[in-house]
Design a protein around this ligand. Structure first.
Ligand SMILES: NC(=O)c1ccc[n+]([C@@H]2O[C@H](COP(=O)([O-])OP(=O)(O)OC[C@H]3O[C@@H](n4cnc5c(N)ncnc54)[C@H](O)[C@@H]3O)[C@@H](O)[C@H]2O)c1
Length: 260
């Protein structure tokens, strides 16, 4: 007899509503789609409100449950408002995907104060501030799943990405610390760490460095860029019912670029 093992599709008694930041584009949008396809009601949030509306509408057209909310991770007022409205609209929140991010390829000497502050604010402080707002709502839900989207560039190092990689290294440390702090609340905290993924952000950051993308591709053991879907399925794993005893972990999704 198999005790406590359910054979068949994973399912939850109460579909877990999940808020995704930066969900108007790329990895975040795809994560919202995959989560919705797996039955999660999704709060599609972004600083690009129109983009969030379009992404949520596409999910609804495909039969999923999604609502859009304007949320800029550097703006406390939009964080507070979006989290409160999302919880009210979706019947609580049981998960958070901290995905919003931005980078620019520049050498250290071109990191002026504004750029350093912006890169840290979006990629690191924003993650802390959104999480701080969402955790009490997860406690009300009864347990929770937090997935932070980091970057393998923080583990391998990356030229022309000083503040970005420092911020993403901070996200990895934050993941481990919050995993310990929130474990008693049955809130898991894990990181998905993408390698090089074909998204608008990658295209933008490569515009200043022609030829760089081919060089990067040759350095990936699988010899191909990642897709948003590659990363989204790792995010969905950490949000799913099978990952409830997994916390504080970093999962590289990089075609073999980072193997530890
Ligand atoms: N594409 C890659 O190769 C790659 C590699 C490693 C890590 N990542 C990380 O993956 C995540 C998603 O990146 P992507 O490649 O899908 O980029 P993307 O530009 O396609 O999407 C990022 C989304 O975040 C939103 N955003 C940016 N700043 C925001 C803010 N202040 N508040 C709210 N939303 C904001 C943007 O509007 C956009 O919709 C980021 O955290 C990025 O650092 C990407």
């Amino acid at each position: 007899m198999l005790t406590g093992i359910v054979i068949g599709e994973e399912s939850e008694e109460r579909p877990r509503p999940i808020l995704v930041t930066g969900a108007a584009s790329g990895i975040g949008r795809c994560a919202a789609e995959v989560l919705a396809a797996r039955g999660h009601p999704v709060a599609v949030t972004d600083r690009d409100g129109d983009g969030a509306e379009k992404a949520a509408a596409a999910i609804r057209d495909a039969g999923g449950a999604a609502h859009a909310f304007l949320l800029d991770v550097t703006d406390a007022a939009t964080i507070r408002a979006a989290v409160a409205e999302a919880a009210a609209r979706l019947g609580g929140l049981g998960g958070l995907v901290n995905n919003a991010g931005w980078t620019l390829n520049v050498p250290l000497e071109d990191h002026d104060d504004d750029l350093v502050d912006t890169l840290l604010a979006i990629n690191l402080s924003g993650t802390i501030k959104v999480t701080r707002e969402v955790v009490p709502v997860l406690r009300e839900w009864g347990d929770g799943r937090i997935v932070n989207v980091a970057s393998d560039s923080a583990r391998t190092g990356m030229s022309n990405g000083a503040a970005y990689t420092a911020a993403k290294g901070g996200v990895l440390a934050l993941t481990r610390s919050l995993a310990r702090e929130l474990a008693r609340d049955e809130i898991t905290v894990n990181a998905v760490s993408p390698g090089i993924v074909d998204t608008p952000l990658l295209a933008d950051s490569m515009r200043q460095a022609p030829g760089m993308l081919d060089k990067l591709r040759r350095g990936i053991p699988m010899r191909r860029l990642g897709t948003p879907a590659d990363v989204a399925s790792a995010i969905a794993y950490f949000c799913g019912p099978g990952a409830g005893y997994v916390t504080g972990q970093t999962l590289s999704v990089s075609g073999g670029m980072v193997i530890v």
